[in-house]
Design a protein around this ligand. Structure first.
Ligand code: 13P
Ligand code: SF4
Length: 306
């Protein structure tokens, strides 16, 4: 940590001079999450914060789709991302043309997109959701459209989880998170039996992993669950920084591996956050027409809330 201190000091000074707000997702490294961020949380928390942000400059420490969502919800603000290549295997699994083809195959069926998609895909969707409110959004959209089924994309595992929770038939896309798809049921079972640990899993994990979990939820919901249950040992079946960032908040809880790193989230570093604030790069922009259509889908999500 002492190695990080000069970077943290320099970033905090630049942030103050620029009047910027730094937002960091739960999967950002602790030196970013605890060291420089003003707002932290899951994808829903970051979208809500962007929609209400007072500063003219937002630095989004997360992946590209999160910065696009921030720009769409705060169109008058400048939104920067420290590394433009911070992508997501889910977002790159589907294009706007794929969504149009799905609609043609399922006429009249509403489309709910996970926020882990490009702005162009959101623009083709009726509503967006995050892992924190996917079931509630699907239920709200099915009721609004008077539909007994919906198209849910692109995460087939989150989709299967939502179908199970809601009983609503979902047409799924074959996308998955490259980080969460790697977890196995055997790992989860072994962790519980060997370490007597509670299992907390993200809904982007395969169904057989979720079947082993004591709790399934978004990254912010995981923190809330720990707050409530106060387990003595827990395994967070998700990205590694999740447990690292919760350690401070829950010193009495022992966090057990396994975890996997997201290479996209880890592209964001203290040096590139510093360069981002110093040189005002990289600005994230969304074409006006795409942004207007995507905003409608995102606002439906915000209306449902958490
Ligand atoms: P949440 O923070 O919304 O749970 O998102 C998880 C994720 O994988 C984001 O990339
Ligand atoms: Fe995408 Fe998975 Fe990385 Fe999140 S953890 S950004 S869903 S690849």
């Amino acid at each position: 940590v002492p190695l990080h201190l000069p970077w943290i000091d320099a970033i905090l000074e630049l942030k103050r001079r620029r009047g910027a707000t730094i937002m960091a997702h739960s999967y950002q490294s602790p030196e970013i999450f605890h060291g420089v961020a003003d707002v932290t949380g899951d994808s829903l928390a970051l979208a809500q914060a962007a929609a209400q942000c007072d500063s003219e400059l937002i630095v989004l420490c997360g992946v590209h789709f999160m910065a696009e969502s921030a720009k769409i919800l705060a169109p008058g603000k400048t939104v920067l991302i420290p590394d433009l290549e911070a992508g997501c295997s889910l977002a790159s699994s589907i294009t706007a043309a794929d969504v149009r083809a799905l609609r043609a195959r399922h006429p009249g069926v509403p489309v709910v997109s996970y926020v882990n998609t490009s702005a162009a895909v959101k623009a083709e969707s009726d509503a967006c959701c995050t892992s924190a409110n996917a079931a509630q959004v699907v239920e709200a959209i099915a009721a609004e459209f008077g539909a007994d089924k919906a198209i849910f994309l692109p995460d087939r595992y989150l989709g299967a989880w939502v179908a199970q929770q809601t009983g609503i038939e979902l047409v799924l896309w074959n996308g998955q998170c490259e980080v969460h798809e790697k977890f196995t049921a055997m790992q989860a079972r072994h962790t519980r039996e060997r370490f007597d640990a509670k299992i907390v899993a993200h809904p982007e994990c395969p169904p057989e992993v979720l079947a082993e979990a004591d709790f399934v939820g978004s990254t912010s919901a995981m923190g809330a669950w720990l707050e409530k249950e106060k387990p003595s040992r827990v395994a967070m079946i998700t990205e590694c920084s999740m447990a690292d960032n919760l350690r401070n908040r829950f010193p009495q809880v022992e966090f057990i591996k396994p975890c996997n790193l997201c290479p996209h989230m880890k592209r964001i570093t203290l040096p590139n956050i510093h360069a981002c604030l110093r040189d005002l790069r990289h600005e994230v922009t969304v074409p006006a027409e795409t942004a207007a259509a995507a905003r409608r889908a995102l606002q439906r999500m915000l209306a449902v809330g958490r």
